[in-house]
Write a protein that binds this ligand. Sequence first.
Ligand SMILES: C[S@@+](CC[C@H](N)C(=O)[O-])C[C@H]1O[C@@H](n2cnc3c(N)ncnc32)[C@H](O)[C@@H]1O
Length: 265
Amino acid sequence: MSKRSGYEDLEFVSDFYDSMYNQLPRRDIEFFLGYAKQAGGKTLELGCGTGRVLIPTASAGCEITGLDFSPYMLQKCREKVAKLPQKIQKKIHLVQGDMTNFDTGEKYALATIPFRPFQHLITVAEQKACLDCVHEHLREKGKLVFDVFHTYLPRLIDTRYFMEMAVGESLQLPDGRVVKRTERTAAFHHAEQYNDIELIFYVNYPDGRKERLVHAFPMRYFYRYEIEHLLSICGFKILEFYGNFDKSGFNDESPEMIFVAEKTG
Ligand SMILES: C[S@@+](CC[C@H](N)C(=O)[O-])C[C@H]1O[C@@H](n2cnc3c(N)ncnc32)[C@H](O)[C@@H]1O
């Protein structure tokens, strides 16, 4: 079982997640929603987290199963789902599981892996296991849509990234805590193609107490043709490839690598 992203054993990560990404919104929700609407059947979202993409997808009328191995992220998602109208709640199924080894007992028209959970799979064996499971769960000609970041070469060699760098504005949590964030790279692992990353949270409590919390995890980086080969080996044909969520083409400056693939065979 792959168990190294920190989400599965650090509860505070789920406490801060929604505030962080409400503040720094990604433009990916509409993108993934578009594929769910076109799919003509159920969607399976791997690494669904707190439901940032899953809830808008169900709210737009699409049936969706979310799988995640973090009990904390899933709990946040469940709390949000419980506040939705019954008819939207009925469109949502949540499953705790590992995306490298799961069996929901269903076939889907679409599988998605939004916001880089695939980069928590460090080894090729884990990546292939995930793609094999997805293949098994897709109906004939079902689609897989997922994004990874476009690897930025200075972040692989420049030791200035070992210094903590401030990220975003302070987070104001509903319970009164105020959180300042930094991030840094803790180590390079060129031979295995991943960096150790630390997301660091400086928490100020309303009573004056202070705490420093660290979400540390390894993050795999990929190159375009590596993913193309992986998809091909695992029985997928690439239909579309983008450099950003506005569907612009991939080039040197693109922030993302976004793959839309179809199950073959
Ligand atoms: C960056 S969050 C993305 C959450 C959500 N897709 C979104 O767009 O906001 C990564 C998620 O992947 C989950 N995850 C990481 N590795 C996983 C694995 N092997 N199996 C299932 N979930 C995993 C984490 O628990 C976390 O919720």
